[in-house]
Design a binder for this molecule. Structure first.
Ligand code: SF4
Length: 425
């Protein structure tokens, strides 16, 4: 790391933070990054010189642990500690110490519109001012390392960052409308690789589906995505420890496509190189693709150089609820998939299946009772592998009032249970 002072700002170029993420109630910067500190703000940049985080250091900033994060999709997300930063707060229902407050509509039980807080919005003005100052400083005689760093940042103004996010969508063939809940373990920092489009069921309640019928991508398409993604992430590739195989039912793409995609991605993105933490692989799967997955296939997933999370949308074990949400599956199939999830989690050390169920004021008492019974009677070691995520319906009114209902189910569940916050890339 090299540190410099330029007028009233401190510049640290290529600091090395811890390489693997831990759950902490205070912000830690992971991987390799650069930092500029003014008297009032801390700005963090990735290895491509793209702004990544802003945190206020002044007395008006809402909380010293809160910060703004820019995603690869170019959304600014505000990480809030909520109104209770103790163990009874956000961590108790999200499994993380921070609630990502999103700049777009989602299914959050606790909505916080950071745009209405001038103390947070001032951070964007400070970022614009810093950018302008750095532009002005380009002509001054700086050490070459500082000059290169400033030039790198100046090459990533707002319009360039926006274009990059469009390029990412172009490479993978559209926006990732939802990430699996398990990607929270990587702070949603994943490399997306789309191996199949569309989904099987087109459920009525779903706010993230595409209208496409399910179709796997060709090998040529997947290899071309990998080639372009490698260039897209450039130097910052080394900061990624997770791969997301999309889209809504990558598991349904079948073993040949999945293992081909993983093997090519491992080579191109360096996942086979020695790391302090096993890389993570994330997929969504449907009930049918989970039921179709043979033992040999799961055993092969288990041997990959990844810890693999597969998230399955089960939604409900109550037949009238499944009919109400237009999920074209009967409850016996949902129970069968749930049983298979428990079996895989028991048998394979490196594969973890997680499942989603719905939460909403308009759902019937039978939905909640059958769900609570299912989770209470699950034959698992207490708090074993395989989290359950309860996903609030996007249009459910008064989502904050769903929390007591959530805690009631969580109390009865033998499996770790959290709220699912739908986030896009
Ligand atoms: S819940 Fe899953 S299967 Fe149903 S429409 Fe949404 S993406 Fe498709």
């Amino acid at each position: 790391m090299s540190s410099y002072h330029l007028n009233d700002v401190a510049i640290s170029i290529e600091k090395q933070g811890p390489s693997h993420m831990a759950k902490t109630s205070f912000p830690i910067r992971y991987g390799k990054y650069s930092e500029i500190k003014t008297a009032e703000y801390e700005f963090i940049f990735n290895l491509n010189g793209e702004i990544k985080f802003i945190r206020g250091l002044n007395v008006n900033w809402p909380h010293p642990s809160e910060r703004l994060k820019r995603t690869d999709g170019n959304d600014w997300v505000y990480y809030s500690v909520g109104d209770d930063s103790s163990e009874n707060g956000i961590i108790s229902w999200l499994g993380e110490y921070y609630l990502p407050c999103l700049p777009y509509p989602s299914n959050a039980v606790w909505e916080y519109n950071y745009f209405s807080n001038p103390n947070i919005m001032n951070a964007f003005a400070a970022w614009s001012q810093l950018y302008a100052n750095l532009q002005g400083a380009r002509t001054e005689g700086q050490p070459s390392k500082v000059k290169d760093f400033i030039n790198l940042i100046c090459g990533n103004d707002e319009s360039v960052l926006y274009e990059k996010s469009q390029r990412l969508r172009g490479i993978i063939g559209g926006r990732v409308s939802v990430l699996p809940p398990d990607t929270r373990y990587a702070d949603y920092e994943i490399i997306p690789l789309i191996i199949a489009d569309g989904c099987l069921y087109h459920c009525k309640f779903c706010c993230v589906k595409s209208s496409q019928a399910f179709q796997r991508r060709s090998e040529t398409n997947i290899i071309e995505q990998i080639r372009q993604l490698k260039t897209f992430y450039g130097r910052n590739l080394e900061n990624y420890n997770a791969l997301f195989l999309g889209n809504h039912d990558a598991l349904g793409a079948g073993d040949e496509t999945i293992f081909m995609a993983v093997s090519e991605a491992v080579k191109a993105f360096g996942f086979a190189e020695p790391r302090t933490k096993t890389p993570m692989l994330f997929l969504f799967g449907s009930v049918d693709s989970l039921l179709k997955a043979g033992d040999e296939f799961i055993a092969e997933l288990n041997r990959l150089p990844f810890y693999t999370y597969i998230n399955i949308g089960l939604e409900s074990v109550d037949a009238p609820t499944l009919a109400h949400i237009h999920k074209p599956l009967d409850s016996s199939k949902i129970r069968e998939a749930f049983g298979k999830m428990l079996e895989i989690n028991r048998t394979f050390a490196n594969v973890e299946i997680t499942a989603n169920f719905l939460l909403g004021k308009e759902l019937s008492p039978d939905h909640y009772q059958s769900l609570a019974e299912l989770l209470h009677d699950a034959p698992v070691p207490s708090r074993g592998k395989g989290a359950i995520y309860l996903s609030p319906l996007k249009d459910s009114p008064k989502k904050r009032e769903l929390l007591p209902l959530f805690f009631e189910i969580k109390k009865q569940s033998r499996i770790a249970t959290y709220i699912y916050l739908i986030q896009r890339l």
